[in-house]
Design a protein around this ligand. Structure first.
Ligand code: UDX
Length: 437
């Protein structure tokens, strides 16, 4: 089967590459000429483990192509996936201009039955707008060509996106016709032995599932961050509490780790967008509003601890930031706690030295010379008054306390992900602060 995927961002590129990997003929389309040119030369715009080798392999096998024009390929494809961005506009709702522009191009160019599947995370009700945009374009042409729209949300975790796509927990397919459902389900058959992980729904439910899933996960994190903060006040240890509650199979062990706040391209945006959708429908999402407020507060928590430790004065202090990306295995800094921390430390008169295994270029792009860039975690720690661990990369997990003792100005560690053993840090004479222990 031949398919096109519009939008070579994170979702589009991973999906396209994985569909090619299992044998489909895929054209990834993007209006950004430089991006397409780079991709044709094997230059991948994002960091995702294994993606570069898989792109290369499938391009060489002749199954993965790149183009700047959907119109050029639409005649040969049965399905067009739309995986373009939906950036939040000023009031927090998703901006649909790219999604609707793909729908328009689709309507202007199809010549036979084709399916337009939305993969981008879009508010409930968007498929109806997409359908209308396609129909309007067809009407303008005076053509009556059959088509279907469908919703097929993605659940890829950055850093594990290939694995998530190749062996999904579930595939949600929201359609309004049997024909579309059959075609789309064929595309996913290579990724599962049986049909059991395929979930067929109507379109609004498929659109809602994505927001509900991400909001539920964000809720777990904010809830645990709240519990962690309270643990500190009452002398409890959130690690023990986490284990104690996670063994209840109704709660489950995963996604209960407190930290310095969630970030990334999905949780913050989706939580805001769902609050907004509810508002537009005359409903208040009380829980999600609290989830969002707790997360905003949590992103400052390491800074608050730092300020308390240095009696409210950071002038002349140097802070080493270990980790910039919003989580390990990605260079993505969208909504990352590191950005808030760097701002706050700088505003308070402190200087920041940073190191991240892959996000250094991304940080340079965003912050220029606001911080000092270091070649490794130890260089960042030289003459530092404190280390702030913000992203739990594996290489930060077993630091040499002996080396740190020699090079740091003061022996202070703020561990935003609870990866260090408090006793070990104390044995080396470090003041150690973490989250909820
Ligand atoms: C998320 C969803 O998991 C994915 O299904 C969806 O499609 C996109 O959004 P992603 O943003 O890549 O994926 O990151 P994820 O691994 O889910 O982590 C999100 C944030 O939560 C990170 O900032 C992480 O540090 C934080 N987190 C996660 C915690 O603070 N505690 C946890 O227990 C788990």
């Amino acid at each position: 089967m031949n398919i096109a995927i519009v939008g070579t961002g994170y979702v589009g590129l991973v999906s396209g590459t994985c569909f090619a990997e299992v044998g489909f003929d895929v054209t990834c389309v993007d209006i950004d000429e430089k991006k397409i040119d780079d991709l044709r030369h094997g230059i991948i715009p994002i960091y995702e483990p294994r993606l570069d080798e898989m792109v290369k392999k499938n391009v060489e096998a002749g199954r993965l192509h790149f183009s700047t024009s959907l119109a050029d390929v639409i005649d040969v494809v049965e399905v067009v996936f739309s995986a373009v961005g939906t950036p939040p506009d000023e009031d927090g709702s998703a901006d649909l201009k790219y999604v609707l522009s793909v729908a328009k191009t689709f309507g202007e160019n199809i010549r036979k039955y084709t399916i337009l599947v939305t993969k981008s995370t879009v508010p409930v009700g968007t498929a109806a707008k997409v359908k209308e945009a396609v129909q309007t374009a067809l009407d303008r042409r005076g053509e009556n060509i059959p088509f279907d729209v469908a919703s097929n949300p993605e659940f890829l975790k950055e850093g594990a996106a290939i694995k998530d796509f190749m062996s999904p927990d579930r595939v949600v397919i929201g359609t309004e016709s049997e024909r579309a459902r059959t075609v789309i389900s064929r595309l996913y058959k290579p990724f599962m032995l049986k049909d059991e992980r395929m979930i067929y729904t109507d379109i609004p439910s498929a659109e809602m599932i994505k927001y509900a899933a991400n909001s539920m996960l964000a809720t777990r994190i904010s809830f645990m961050n709240d519990i962690a903060n309270l643990c500190e006040l009452v002398g409890a240890n959130v690690n023990m509490v986490r284990k104690g509650i996670g063994t209840d199979t109704r709660i489950g062990k995963k996604f209960l780790y407190p930290g310095c706040g969630y970030g990334g391209s999905c949780f913050p945006k989706d939580v805001k967008a769902l609050i907004k959708t509810a508002e537009q429908n005359g409903y208040r999402m009380e829980v999600l509003q609290a989830v969002e407020n707790v997360n905003e507060r949590q992103k400052s928590i390491l800074f608050d601890k730092l300020m308390r430790h240095f009696n409210g004065d950071l002038k002349g202090r140097t802070i080493a930031l270990w980790g910039l990306a919003f989580k390990p295995e990605t260079d993505d800094m969208r909504e990352a706690p590191s950005l808030i921390l760097i701002d706050k430390i700088s505003d308070a008169g402190g200087s920041v030295k940073v190191y991240d295994p892959v996000a250094m270029n991304e940080c340079r792009r965003r912050l220029g010379d606001k911080v000092t860039y270091c070649k490794d975690m130890y260089e960042a720690a030289i003459d530092a008054d404190a280390i702030m661990l913000v992203t739990e990369w594996n290489e930060f997990r077993v630091p040499s306390y002996a080396a740190l003792e020699r090079i740091m100005a003061e022996k202070v560690i703020l561990d935003g992900r609870n990866i260090y053993d408090p006793d070990e840090a104390a044995e080396h004479g470090f003041t150690y602060m973490c989250i909820g222990r």
